[in-house]
Design a protein around this ligand. Structure first.
Ligand code: AVJ
Ligand code: FE
Length: 452
């Protein structure tokens, strides 16, 4: 059994729902009602849309579908259907106002708690939505994911700071002397999962994948190294960019990560309403896939594939099995990773030695989402559940996979198998990366072929 299976599933579901709702409260109560209904960026919904959408999805899937109840406001479905209305159009919709939206989500939550108290969370429940409490986990994760989306809206919003959190702890003493890269041995490993009760459809099923030996950065690429790329003229030399990436750099006028600006001869950044010098030892944040890919080429390296990333994060060479997290099977704690919006920035590179993977790589989970070279595609045996619009409609070459989760990701929506995706031009998300290179099977002695 895993750490999940050992704890009471109903208590776990309740805790995750409460944590998500507490954070929704922080993100929506910290701004004025005017700010709540305003659109801070065309890339984002008004916060009040996210709020009622959270309630509407909970009503739809948990109260009505799994709980077989009439629901609270089924008439609202169309307004809060993300596929019916693109984000840019949402401010013009006849949305619930701030007080109505707050009342609505509270009413839905009352129904949810009633459903939860009346259901037996059996791992073998005949209804798949209820098996292992999946539907509660799904909605807690949905709300947590919108928490991260709303956090991105806060970051895009102008004006004085409204959010506050302590800085992450300083880097541990050995951060400065870590090897630059770690070797991940070749051979097959188990990718994806068939046992995590709250895993989403795109993480299923567990399957064997062969990976050649490769070297991976011990820590994510830092602001300092990224600034070297800028100083070396990286944004002005098409040699480092794919043709689409180069076109995008020209059209969008990219010169640095989003939210960076020059202050004399140094870089400063805007972070949740504060202007501050860019810290050199912190993982770079708010870069798009094209920028990550170009940096890697400039550095003589490449982005890791999604399979490489997951092998580095989960494979235990001692036992040959895949862990739930880099550090083992235990749920994430504050000693393992920078998650859950405890801090409002990544921790310095080299932090969280207790969260290291067997290879020695650190911060694979938490701090910044990490771009991979891979398109978002289904695993062999994929089946959409519970709805095609969660993952299936996004499969294909338009979306790149991100792994690991950033400081604003809730632990309930974070696993070694969790897959995120976005367009390669997006950088309002909390995205960074690390780089890789092929190992030389002769020199590095990791062909995976048994000796003799
Ligand atoms: C998995 C983060 C790409 O925000 O579009 C939220 C999560 N799905 N509501 C998104 C999601 C439906 C999704 N991402
Ligand atoms: Fe959603």
């Amino acid at each position: 059994g895993t750490a999940t299976a050992g704890s009471d599933p109903a208590a776990r579901a309740l805790a995750a729902l409460r944590t998500a709702r507490h954070r929704t409260g922080v993100l929506t109560d910290s701004v004025t009602d005017d700010d709540l209904v305003a659109q801070h960026s065309r890339l984002m919904s008004p916060l009040v849309w996210d709020l009622a959408h959270i309630g509407n999805q909970e009503e739809l899937w948990l109260v009505r579908e799994a709980g077989r109840r009439t629901g609270v406001r089924p008439d609202l479905d169309h307004l809060y259907d993300a596929f019916r209305h693109p984000r840019a159009d949402r401010p013009a919709l006849p949305l619930l106002g701030p007080a109505e939206a707050r009342g609505y989500v509270a009413q839905v939550r009352d129904e949810t708690l009633d459903v939860l108290s009346g259901v037996d969370i059996d791992p073998d429940h005949p209804e798949r939505l209820l098996a292992g409490g999946f539907v509660f986990g799904m909605l807690a994760q949905h709300e947590a994911q919108h928490g991260e989306t709303m956090l991105a809206t806060h970051q895009l919003r102008s004006g004085p700071a409204v959010l506050d959190a302590p800085a992450p702890p300083p880097a541990p003493a050995d951060a400065a002397t870590l090897p630059r890269e770690v070797l991940v041995p070749g051979g097959p490993f188990t990718m994806g999962t068939s046992t995590e009760p709250w895993a989403l459809d795109n993480e299923l099923p567990a399957h064997q994948v062969g990976v050649a030996p490769f070297w991976l950065d011990t820590v994510p690429v830092t602001n300092g190294r990224y600034a070297d790329f800028i100083a070396a003229g990286g944004y002005r030399d098409p040699a480092w960019w794919t043709p689409e990436g180069w076109r995008h750099v020209q059209e969008a006028g990219l010169e640095a990560p989003l939210f960076w600006s020059r202050d004399g001869d140094r870089w400063i950044r805007r972070r949740f309403g504060h202007l501050e010098p860019v810290p050199a030892d912190e993982p770079v944040l708010h870069v798009c896939w094209y920028e990550a890919d170009a940096f890697a080429r400039w550095a003589g390296r490449r982005l890791p594939t999604e399979a490489e990333w997951e092998k580095a994060a989960r494979h235990d060479p001692e036992t040959g099995r895949s862990r739930r997290y880099p550090w083992g099977d235990a749920d994430p704690g504050p000693q393992h990773a920078n998650l859950g919006q405890r801090h409002l920035q990544p921790a310095p590179a080299g932090s969280y030695p207790e969260g290291a993977a067997p290879s020695g790589a650190r911060q694979l989970v938490g701090d910044v989402w990490e771009w991979t070279s891979s398109d978002f595609s289904p695993y062999p045996g994929f089946a959409a559940f519970p709805y095609r619009e969660y993952s299936e409609v996004f499969f294909g070459p338009d979306y790149k996979v991100l792994r690991g989760g950033a400081f604003g990701v809730d632990p309930a929506a974070c696993r070694g198998t969790f897959r995120n995706w976005d367009y390669p031009i997006r950088r309002q998300i909390f995205s960074g990366f690390r780089t890789a290179r092929d190992a030389d099977p002769d020199r590095d002695g990791t062909s995976g072929t048994p000796a003799g």
